[in-house]
Ligand binder design. Structure first.
Ligand code: 4NP
Length: 160
């Protein structure tokens, strides 16, 4: 109800907000722009270890390889007000999802789910943390967040 008619606001959430969720934010901004979708977008982390930092250099590099500059993004932790401000809170993995469900204040109407739930045939899947991986793992994370971002943007645009 109601909420569906308001401008959507999407928050992508991973553990550190320096690898996966900034990539999801970047991919989703690109898809939303392509579709002419009017939407507020941000990303945040469950943890606060990287508060104020730019994305991991490897995440910056993979975004740059795909034509997007995320060097200006800054990490921040999820906060209680996010559950009022955002209509959609999108977790990158199941641990993030569990943490978000625990944090959700009573009365919040935010829809909380996994990014890959929007991709047909990949429901319930995680975008694995590439932190301990190499460039190939960052490329895979990019491919996955792009798939999820496309599917979510199409849904919010009413085209899927
Ligand atoms: P992200 O990756 O959740 O995709 O941003 C991580 C980055 C940092 C840490 C964990 C995951 N960390 O523990 O510092």
């Amino acid at each position: 109800m109601g909420m569906d008619r308001k401008k959507p606001a999407v928050l992508f959430v991973c553990l550190g907000n320096i690898c996966r969720s900034p990539l999801a934010e970047a991919a989703f901004r690109a898809e939303a722009a392509r579709l002419g979708l009017d939407v507020e977008v941000d990303s945040a982390g469950i943890g606060d270890w990287h508060e104020g930092e730019a994305p991991d250099r490897r995440a910056q590099a993979v975004a740059r390889r795909h034509g997007i500059d995320i060097s200006g993004y800054r990490a921040r932790q999820v906060k209680p007000q996010d559950f009022k401000r955002f209509s959609h809170i999108v977790a990158l993995d199941r641990e993030n999802l569990v943490a978000l469900r625990r944090m959700k204040p009573r009365g919040s109407e935010a829809e909380i789910g996994l990014l890959m739930d929007h991709v047909a045939g990949r429901e319930g899947e995680a975008v694995d943390d590439p932190w301990y991986g190499g460039p190939a793992d960052f490329e895979r994370a990019w491919a996955e967040v792009t798939e999820g971002a496309k599917a979510l943007a199409l849904k919010l645009a009413g085209k899927a």
